[in-house]
Design a protein. Structure first.
Length: 426
């Protein structure tokens, strides 16, 4: 039985994909689960599997073609299907060939009337043996004399300099003579070489990923009332935990791992920070599914780790590291993205002290993390140097109010500054 292999859905952020490399050709035998081809989506490379075993009868999408979800990519069947499929193709082509035959005959019979009752077209007159004399070429229109170029000021220049300046539309009043008095042609040439075209530019085509990001961000700022609250976190505790992580967990811990765990702990009391507003439905998740924004060359992706609240820090660190590696290698699947309820965007490594992010719709909020800067801190009796970090939460005002987000951020700060509390939850 003939089976049509269709393009699967590529996720919530894209509806199209580009056909990449085919791993099979017509006539190859395939098994259920075999990777037939790789399709490039806006944010990742998506392997397309065969859900049937048999022979590849036909390939309908070529490498480089743009396809939508649901489009037929290829046809798989058995030997009998292969014969019937070919017969259907030739049968459909036969009527077209038959209908084309009379037209060909009409073209060959030059005396065949076009319509019933129409007079036959007269035979063409025989060509004369003598060739007609070639027509005399039309005289060229006289070239208009160039308009005299005018410049302001009393300018002294050599005649060849004036001529060259006129031909190149150069204002001699802007040319500085090398000898300080009389402008020469070389002075005009030097002026042209040093002339900078400030209106010059190069035209570049936006990638599919950038277009997808643009559509998502435009929808975010156009449809979501976004507000921000900022707090300053003393990073002494997280820095100490990060240094001892290898001894404690046997794995390298990042600040993003600690922040994700702190957000998950906060969400147990302030559940709205782990929610999604999809249309009119507000989905408040029982577990924290947190994404970490990963910057690529000219693009941005957000792989999501699910169940952060139940993952020990060691497993969370390994999962986040795996996601980041897959993102940089272009191996993220649609299931790895687009399912988060909250995102962390960290630009501290770029020496950015504070910034605000745009919500990744339909998520409820996003945390923007700045760099750690040592500043004077009043401990109640004196100023002491402390590593401080600005963290700004951008939230959807339709889902929560400012006071709710402010209280949640305060709780988040408690977990960040006392990361031992996070270990008690593992």
């Amino acid at each position: 039985m003939i089976k049509e292999i269709k393009m699967p859905s590529a996720g919530q952020t894209t509806d199209q994909a580009t056909v990449g490399t085919w791993n099979v050709k017509i006539g190859d035998k395939v098994n259920r689960g075999d990777i037939l081809l790789e399709a490039e989506t806006d944010k990742a490379t998506l392997p397309v599997e065969s859900f049937a075993a048999g022979i590849v009868i036909d390939i309908l999408a070529q490498e480089g073609d743009t396809v939508d979800a649901g489009d037929v990519l290829c046809v798989v069947g058995d030997e009998s299907d292969k014969v019937s499929y070919k017969r259907e193709s030739s049968a459909s082509a036969a009527p077209e060939a038959a209908s084309a035959a009379p037209a060909a005959e009409e073209e060959e019979d030059e005396y065949q009337p076009i319509m019933k009752g129409a007079k036959p077209a007269p035979a063409p007159a025989p060509a004369k043996k003598e060739e007609a004399a070639p027509a005399a070429p039309a005289p060229e229109a006289p070239k208009a004399a160039p308009a005299p170029f005018k410049w302001s000021g009393d300018v002294k220049a050599m005649p060849n300099a004036k001529k060259f300046a006129r031909e190149n539309n150069v204002d001699l009043s802007k040319v500085v003579p090398a000898n300080g008095s009389l402008i020469k042609r070389q002075d005009v040439e030097t002026y042209l070489k040093n002339l900078v075209d400030f209106d010059s530019y190069t035209s570049e085509t936006m990638t599919r990923m950038r277009k997808a990001i643009g559509r998502s961000m435009l929808a975010s700022v156009s449809t979501i009332p976004q507000c921000q609250v900022t707090t300053v976190v003393d990073m002494t505790g997280p820095m100490a935990l990060k240094e001892k992580a290898m001894d404690i967990f046997g794995v390298k811990l990042s600040y993003n791992d600690i922040m994700a765990k702190a957000i998950a702990a906060t969400a147990k009391e302030f559940r709205l920070i782990c929610s999604r507003l999809e249309g009119e439905e507000l989905k408040v998740f029982n577990h924290a599914n947190i994404g970490i924004a990963v910057g690529l060359d000219g693009a941005l992706v957000v792989p999501v780790t699910k169940g952060v609240d139940v993952l020990p820090l060691r497993e969370l660190a390994l999962k986040n590291k795996e996601n980041i590696t897959k993102a940089r290698e272009g191996k993220l699947l649609p299931t790895d993205m687009g399912t988060g309820s909250c995102t962390i965007s960290n630009m501290g490594m770029f020496d950015v002290e504070s910034f605000t992010s745009i919500i990744n719709p339909p998520e409820s909020c996003i945390f923007s993390v700045g760099s750690i800067v040592t500043k004077p801190f009043w401990d109640g009796s004196q100023f002491v140097p402390r590593p401080l970090c600005n963290i700004t939460a951008t939230y959807d005002h339709r889902i929560m109010d400012g006071s709710y987000m402010a209280k949640a951020l305060k709780k988040f700060k408690v977990f960040m500054e006392n990361p031992s509390l996070l270990l008690l939850q593992d």
